[in-house]
Design a protein around this ligand. Sequence first.
Ligand code: ADP
Ligand code: MG
Length: 592
Amino acid sequence: MADSINNSKAPQTPAAPSFPTDWTGQYLLAKSLQAAGITQMFGLVGIPVTEFSYLAQGLGIKFTGFRFEQQAGMAAATYGYLTKTPGVLLTVSSMGFLNGLTATINATVNCYPMIQISGSSEREPIDLEQGTYEGLDQLNVAKGLVKAAYRVNRAQDIPTAVVRAYRAAVSGRPGGVYLDVTTPCMAEIVTAADAEKWLAEAFPIVDPAQPVSPSEEAIDRALTLLASAKKPAFLIGKGAAYAQVEDKLKTLVEKTGIPYYPMSMAKGVLPDDGPLSALSCRKQIMEEADVVILVGARLNWLLSRGHGPWNPQGKFIQLDIDPTEIDCNRKIAAPVVGDLSASLDMILAKLPNYKLSMDPTWVPELQTITKEKDAKFAQRLKDNAGVMPMNHWSALAAIKPIIESRPDVIIVNEGANTLDDTRDTLTMRVPRKRIDCATWAIMGMGMGSCIGAAQATGNKVVAIEGDSAFGFSGMDFETICRFQLPVTVVIFNNGGIYNNVGVNMATKGEPSFGEPAPTTLDLTAQYDKLADAFGGAKGYFVTNPEELSTALTEAIDSEKPAIINVQLAGDAGKESGHIGYLNPPTLQTVTV
Ligand code: ADP
Ligand code: MG
C-alpha cells in the first residue's frame, strides 16, 4: 500500500488531518469534564490515569501536577471554596487514592466543593480478593466518609457520572465527592457518534446549585425574635464567606446596627476593625447576648457546641443551607433553612416591618471592651517587637503592616501558636483572604492550599506556617516553583511541634533515653535552602524583625516563589497553642 502511494505519478496533495472515529472512555471523561466547565485539575498521575491527564490537558484543561496527592486535594478544595465550582483532584489507584481521600474528607468536613476522580483496577479480582495490581475496593472505602461516592464502569455512563458528581459537590451543603472510574471503563472503545450523543444528552448542566429559599414563616419567626432582642449579635461563619454574601450582610448590619463576630475564615467578610465588629468580644457575646444570629456558622466544638460559657437563656436564629444542622447541639429557636443569598434577601425585604428594641448600651459596651483589648494587644506586640531571639509576636509585629497594606494577599495559615497568634494579629478587611486548617483543625494543608488559592484567583499568596506544619506539605514547594506561582512561604522555626523544649521522660538505661522528644524537631533546619534546590525561587534566612520586613516585602512584590525561614527562640510558643485544654491529662508521676 505504501509502495503504491510512493510510486504513484499522481500529484501529491497533503493528507487531511485524521480524526479518530472511535473514542476511548478516558477521552469521553475528558470531554465530559470540559462540557461541565472544568478548566483546572490538580493531581498526581501514573497507571491508570496518565493518558487521561494528557488528553485533558490537550483539550485545554490546566493540570497542576503535585508531589503528594493529599496536597493536590487541598489545592482542589481551596479552589472549590474560592470559586464555588468543584475543584478536581485526579489520583491513581490504591495508595494514591487513599492519600487524596484524606483531603476529600477534609473538604467534606469543611463544606468545600470538590471531586476526587480516581482510576481503579478492574473490579472482578478485587471483589473476589484474588490479588491484582493496586487492587483496593476504593468505592467502599470512600463511602460514608465523603458527601457522595459513585463508580462508573461503562463508558456510556461517564457523562452522567460527571454531572452527578458535579451536582453533589456544589448543591446544598457543598462537600467532597468521590468518582471511581475503573480501568476497563477508561479503556472501553466506543464510536464517536455514540459518545457525542451521550455528551449532548447529559450537558449542559442546568443550574447546578440553585439557591433554595426558606419559607416566609421562617423569616417572620426569625425577625420577631430579633425584634425582641436586647443584646443581639451576628456570628458569621465561613459559609457566609463561601456564599459570597458580604454585600447583603453589610446592608443588614448597617440597617440593624447589630454587632458581629467572625469565625476564623470569616474574618474580612465584614471588616475586622469596623465600628460594629465585636471580634475582641467573644466572651461577652457568649455570656451576655440574648439572641445570636448564626450566619453560615456551626455551633460545633469551636463554639463550645452552644453550651459552657454561653448564656443559658440566650436564643439562636440559624441561617444555614443544611436542615440537619439545626438543633444538632443546642435548640435553635428560629431556623432559617436556605441558601444565604436567598435568606438574606428575604430578611432585608421584611426588615422594615419590624421594630428592633436593642439595648442602647450594648454596642457602646462592646466598643469600650474592644478599645481596651485592642490597646492591650497593640502593647503586647510593641513589648515583644525587640525581643531576641524572636518569638511569634515579634515576628508577627513585623509582618502585620506589610500584609495589612496589601489587602488582596491571600493568607494561608497553619500550626499551633503560629495559627492562633497570626489569626489574632492580622486585621482582615476583605472576604476570603484567610485559608486555614478550619473545622477539623488538621495540620498539613499548607502548600496545597497556597497553590489552589493562587490558581483560583491569580492573587499573591503568603503562607504563615509553623515549622512542624510546613513539614507535612513541604515537598510541594517544588510544585510552587515549577509553576512559578506568586507564593511566599514564611516558616516560624521554633524547632518543634509546639516548640523545641520537649522533654524526653526516659531515664538512664531506657532504650529511648537521650533521643529527641516526640515534639522536638531541628531548630537550625535551613528551610530557605529549598529555594536553591528547586530554582526559580528565592530563599531568605532571617533572625530579626528588620530582616523579616525586608525579606517579606521583597518576596511578595517579586510575585515569584519565595521561602523565608524565620528563626525563633526554641522556647517560643506553648504546648498546643490556645487549645491545650483538649489534651488528656498525664496520669503518671514523673520521677527523675
Ligand atoms: P465556621 O467554621 O466558620 O463556623 P462552618 O464550616 O462550621 O463555618 O459552617 C459553615 C456552614 O455554612 C455550614 O453549616 C454550611 O452548611 C453552611 N453553608 C455553606 N454554604 C452555604 C450557603 N450557600 N447558604 C447557607 N449556608 C451555607
Ligand atoms: Mg514549631
